[in-house]
Design a protein around this ligand. Structure first.
Ligand code: GLA
Length: 398
C-alpha cells in the first residue's frame, strides 16, 4: 500500500459509497505514512533528539463533509464503527480506535472551527500497536484532511502538534512529538533529524547504497499500555527535578553524559531516575554521532550506535521485552547485519535492522525460524523505504 495505489483507492471509494451511500464525486482522499525510528528512542518528550523516517506503509482516509451534524466512522482494520451526534462527539469511548480521530476533531473545535458533520473511512497497513505509529498515522491523516476541508491553512508542523495534543489530551497517552512529526514531515529518501525542544529539523539523505532497512515484527502482543509509557514520563520528570536546581536545565534533553557523571550522587535513593537520565543523555549523544556517521558514509558506525541504543533501552530504560531481545540478538548474528534495535515504544512491537539487500532472504529465513524456536512466535519482516509525509491523493470531485 502506498499513496499512489490507484486500484486500492478505487476499491475504497466503492466501499465508502456502499456504506455511506454518497456520490463518489464528493469524496476526498488523503494518505499518511507510518514511521520507523532509526535512533533516538524515548528522548522526544524530554526535549531531546530523534532520527525517524516515514515509511511506505500507511493509512488512507476517505472523507466527505455532510453538514448534517453527524459523524460516522468506518475502518477496514477495526470492527468498531461509530455514529456520533454533535452533542456527544467529545466523549472518549473505551478502547476504540475512533478516539484518535475524535481527539483531532476536538482540537479543531477548540480552535473555533465549525465542524458540521463528516463521514470517514480509514484503511491502513501499518500493523497496530507494533511501534510503527499506526495511531499517529490516523491522527495526522485526520488533521491534514480537516485542515484542507476547513481551510485552516496550517503548516504541516502545526498539524503534527495538533495530532500530538489529540493523543495527549483525548487518548491520554503522554507521547512526545516524534511520531506525528515524522508522519507529517517525512521526505522520500530521507530521515528526519528533529530537536524535540525547538522543533528545528533537517532532512538527512539516507544514502544506504546497497543496504536496506528491515523491520521485524515480534508479533508479541504489546503490553504497552499507556501506563508503562506514562510511568517513564514521570520518572524522567523526577530526574529533571533532581538535576534542574544543580544545572539550571529546563529539560532533560539539555543534559550531557559528563554533567550526569558529575552529579550522580544527587540521585541517592533514586536509582531508577538515574538510569532513565543516563539513557536519555547518552541516547541524544548517539543521535548526533549517528547522523554524523551517516553523513560521512560510515553506516558501520551508524549500526553500532543502533546496537548501543537497544542495549540502553533494554538495561537502563527497561522498555524492551524477551521477544524483542531475541529478535535483535538473532538479527545481529546474521552475516552482513550492521545494527539492530527495538523501534518505537517497545514492550513488544518491532525491531529495525540495517543489512545488505542481497542478505534479506537469508535473514528472514534464518532469523524467522530461530525466533520461532526460541519464542514460539512467528515474526513478520518488511523491507521499508523512507517515504513522503502526509498528502492529499484525490481532491473532491476528482
Ligand atoms: C512512542 C511515542 C513517541 C516516542 C516513542 C519512543 O512511539 O508515541 O512519542 O516517545 O514511543 O521513542
Amino acid at each position: 500500500m502506498n499513496a499512489s495505489d490507484t486500484s486500492l483507492i478505487k476499491t475504497l471509494r466503492q466501499r465508502f459509497v456502499d456504506h455511506f451511500g454518497h456520490q463518489d464525486a464528493d469524496i476526498a482522499v488523503f494518505f499518511a505514512p507510518g514511521r520507523v525510528n532509526l535512533i533516538g528512542e524515548y528522548t522526544d518528550f524530554t526535549g531531546g533528539l530523534v532520527f525517524p523516517c516515514a515509511i511506505n506503509q500507511g493509512t488512507f482516509l476517505l472523507i466527505r463533509k455532510t453538514g448534517n451534524h453527524q459523524y460516522r466512522f468506518l475502518s477496514t482494520n477495526f470492527d468498531q464503527v461509530a455514529t456520533l451526534e454533535q452533542n456527544k462527539l467529545f466523549e472518549p469511548g473505551e478502547n476504540t480506535w475512533v478516539n484518535y480521530p475524535l481527539g483531532v476533531l476536538e482540537q479543531f473545535s477548540q480552535r473555533g472551527c465549525v465542524l458540521d458533520g463528516f463521514d470517514f473511512l480509514y484503511s491502513g497497513n501499518v500493523p497496530n500497536g507494533a511501534g510503527l505509529s499506526s495511531s499517529a498515522s490516523i491522527e495526522v491523516v485526520t488533521a491534514f484532511a480537516m485542515n484542507t476541508l476547513l481551510q485552516t491553512d496550517l503548516a504541516n508542523s502545526e498539524i503534527a502538534r495538533i495530532a500530538q495534543r489529540a493523543e495527549n489530551e483525548f487518548v491520554g497517552m503522554q507521547c512526545g512529538i516524534m511520531d506525528q512529526f515524522a508522519v507529517a514531515m517525512g521526505k522520500a529518501g530521507h530521515a528526519l533529524q528533529l530537536n524535540c525542544n525547538t522543533l528545528e529539523y533537517r532532512h538527512v539523505p539516507l544514502n544506504l547504497t546497497d543496504l536496506v532497512i528491515v523491520i521485524g515484527n515480534t508479533n508479541q502482543r504489546r503490553e504497552l499500555n499507556d501506563s508503562a509509557y506514562n510511568q517513564r514520563v514521570l520518572e524522567c520528570e523526577k530526574a529533571l527535578e533532581i538535576l534542574a536546581p544543580l544545572l539550571g536545565i529546563t529539560s532533560l534533553g539539555q543534559l550531557t553524559p559528563e554533567q550526569l557523571n558529575q552529579h550522580e550522587a544527587a540521585f541517592h535513593g533514586h536509582p531508577v531516575a538515574l538510569g532513565r537520565a543516563r539513557h536519555i543523555c547518552e541516547e541524544n549523544a548517539r543521535v548526533m554521532a549517528a547522523v554524523s556517521a551517516l553523513e560521512a558514509g560510515d553506516i558501520g558506525q551508524f549500526g553500532k550506535l543502533m546496537n548501543a541504543s537497544h542495549d540502553s533501552l533494554r538495561d537502563l530504560f527497561e522498555v524492551s521485552s524477551e521477544p524483542l531481545n531475541q529478535l535483535v540478538n538473532l538479527a545481529r548474528e546474521q552475516p552482513g547485519v550492521l545494527g539492530s534495535r527495538l523501534t518505537g515504544a517497545g514492550f513488544g512491537g518491532c525491531t529495525v535492522s540495517i543489512l545488505p539487500g542481497t542478505a534479506v532472504a537469508d535473514f528472514t529465513k534464518h532469523v524467522g525460524s530461530r525466533y520461532k524456536q526460541a519464542t514460539g512466535l512467528d515474526a513478520d519482516f518488511y523491507v521499508v523505504e523512507a517515504s513522503d509525509g502526509v498528502k492529499q491523493v484525490h481532491g473532491i470531485a476528482s
